[in-house]
Design a protein around this ligand. Sequence first.
Ligand SMILES: Cc1ncc(COP(=O)(O)O)c(C=O)c1O
Length: 342
Amino acid sequence: MDINKLVRKNVVAMKPYSSARDEFDGEEGLFLDANENPYSNGVNRYPDPYQRKLKAVIATQKQVSIENILLGNGSDEVLDLLFRAFCEPKKDNVVVTAPSYGMYKVLANLNDVEVNEVFYESDFSLDADKIIAATDKNTKLIILCSPNNPTGNSIGLKVIEKVLKNTNCLVVVDEAYIDFSNKSSCIKSLGSYNQLIVIQTLSKYFGMAGIRLGMCFASKEMITILNRIKPPYNVNVLTQTKAIELLQNIDLNYKNEVISERENLSKELSKLNYVVKVYPSDANFLLVKTTDANWVYNELVKQQIIIRNRTNEPLCKDCVRISIGTKQENEILIKAMLSLRM
Ligand SMILES: Cc1ncc(COP(=O)(O)O)c(C=O)c1O
């Protein structure tokens, strides 16, 4: 697919901002080009606009080439860049699934782009044909979330590939929770589909929500387009440094701990008389159907335990979403939930 044909005309026509560090990327020199404060304090210089050192670490860990990576201020920024690069306000549309991560619709609304929603089936499976049927000539992005927030289940590769093969738009797979799952990442399919965009984040499995780092893996052409429009210094020095440090020291046992806590919590919650169902999860949260989500939510707030009430989301009537905490936090939650009497 010629993805350059999908880019908004104003983005093709514009001259990207060229920062001082774009024009000279050596490390040594007398830098009098960016009106910075010359007195060193660790952060007085602008960051590397292309985050080369951090991308090298990510490229090795994810087994992709540096030219297939774009980094953003959280994956929310990466998603926003996709809307801005490809979706013509008041004309184009995007296809999203429901229920799913709320920011897709917020970003579409913010960018004045129409949203076509495709609902999950009652068993939380997705029908690829319904997604394909929801597209038209103005559809620029299809956004799939796998594992999905808030349902917790993954979308099978077969569904994703069917959508890729039968549509003429970009297919974004948001894999924010992929590292908690035993399913493979779509990164492996990037070589086969240049319209595929995979988004991941350091906010979940990697435990770095506070530094805001989102990762976009895509074809070289796609990364070139996004680099044209991204704010020049979108990933700050502190984030780049901390991410390199933590990525090189990641504790791999943490994944097993989260998964065993998730399975234990699921077992314990299933015993409660006001819990109708605990859905299987490939992520670090559980979606729990109760007899009265508002009541469960409010009762837990009284005990200063905050969970997410999802009762107003499609197909999620009386559901709450609970993040997996530490062993100790989960024990407190279970005790509190055991104490609730309807
Ligand atoms: C599916 C999904 N995608 C993206 C994000 C946002 O990630 P980030 O912290 O990288 O902006 C979230 C946050 O909860 C999420 O659930």
